[in-house]
Design a binder for this molecule. Structure first.
Ligand code: SF4
Ligand code: ZN
Ligand code: ZN
Length: 333
């Protein structure tokens, strides 16, 4: 049987089956559709203006590594005029983050972008290893998510950027849609499919990979031989998200469009005005000066609990005061 020809160019032998569409295509056509779809997402959402200083949240994992690479390619190909930076957070997890940060340092050289690394230790005086020693493994991601969010904002302010890009992909967003439905969190459901979010006084965050399938990110990294770190965090991530992920993978196996369909469903939900989270008046944290709707920001509330040796209790109290663990929970990238 003659080799199958690429269904897009009809000239070259097909070497892969595209996960998103099922088409058999050649390597060059895969690069072209993968990169062009991201460019189209960026253009439709009008994400940038020439001269913008933009930070890519870089962990050394596949998503952020491919994001840094593709942003560099698109910035040059389409003259976006962006000043691109890498911004990494060192949570202080031995055997995981120290190794992945070595990958980011190599990416800095490979992609010729300035890199800023900020650690929990220098910002908060606590590493995740020490936090886990104190609070155990149950609430570790809550601490980590709150601290990372603030650390990224502080890092962005430090290098003078006002826009952070994260590597959240279509699978992550579809999972979040499912989780918000399963939790009945309708206010968050209305926001989780937005490509850009920006709270009052916070730095803009965008997800250029909003419609990009995880499998295609892995494939792209593989064919381009990108240098990324693939080990999972040694502290157990969110179990509930794990169930949503398994469910989504099962759906994808029987119908690949399930991921995009779920995102489109999330986008189509209309959230009634009274259900949307009411913005509380913003003030500044009396301890660290970060913006906050309470006397203490979320990070400082958690830190005070840790300092009193009551880390676990601080999380419970935080919830009672309206801290939302779902918001804190961040994908580890
Ligand atoms: Fe932090 Fe992610 Fe590890 Fe949780 S899984 S402790 S959020 S790095
Ligand atoms: Zn082709
Ligand atoms: Zn604070």
């Amino acid at each position: 049987m003659p080799p199958k020809l690429c269904q897009l160019c009809n000239e070259t032998r097909a070497v892969l089956k595209r996960p998103k569409t099922g088409q058999h295509i050649c390597r060059e056509c895969f690069y072209y559709v993968f990169e062009t779809e991201i460019h189209n997402t960026i253009m439709e959402a009008n994400l940038f203006s020439p001269g913008d200083r933009v930070a890519i949240g870089a962990s050394g994992g596949k998503d952020s590594t491919v994001l840094a690479y593709v942003m560099k390619v698109l910035n040059e190909r389409y003259n976006y005029g962006l000043d691109l930076h890498l911004l990494s957070i060192d949570e202080g997890i031995r055997g995981y983050r120290d190794d992945s940060l070595e990958t980011v340092k190599r990416n800095q050289q490979q992609y010729d972008m300035p890199l800023k690394i900020l650690s929990y230790e220098e910002l908060y005086g606590w590493s995740m290893d020490r936090i886990v020693e104190q609070v155990g493994r149950k609430n570790n991601c809550t601490f980590c998510g709150v601290f990372r969010r603030q650390a990224l904002d502080r890092g962005a302010a430090n290098i003078g950027v006002d826009h952070i890009l994260t590597g959240h992909n279509a699978d992550d967003i579809a999972e979040t849609v499912l989780m918000n439905i399963m939790r009945g969190d309708i206010a968050r459901l209305g926001r989780c499919t937005l490509i850009t979010t920006q709270g009052e006084d916070t730095i803009k965050r965008s997800k250029p990979f909003k419609y990009v399938y995880e499998k295609e990110i892995v494939m792209y990294a593989y064919f381009k031989k990108l240098d990324y770190f693939s080990t999972e965090c040694i502290y157990s991530p969110d179990a509930y998200r794990g169930h949503a992920r398994t469910f989504l993978k099962d759906l994808e196996a029987s119908r690949p469009s399930a991921i995009i369909d779920i995102i489109h469903s999330g986008e189509a939900f209309e959230v009634r005005q009274e259900v949307k989270a009411k913005a509380k008046a913003q003030t500044t944290c009396k301890r660290c000066g970060y913006m906050s709707s309470n006397e203490l920001c979320k990070a400082c509330s958690l830190l005070e609990g840790l300092e009193r040796g009551m880390g676990g209790l601080a999380v419970v109290r935080g919830r009672c005061r309206g801290l939302d663990v779902a918001e804190m929970k961040q994908k580890d990238r």
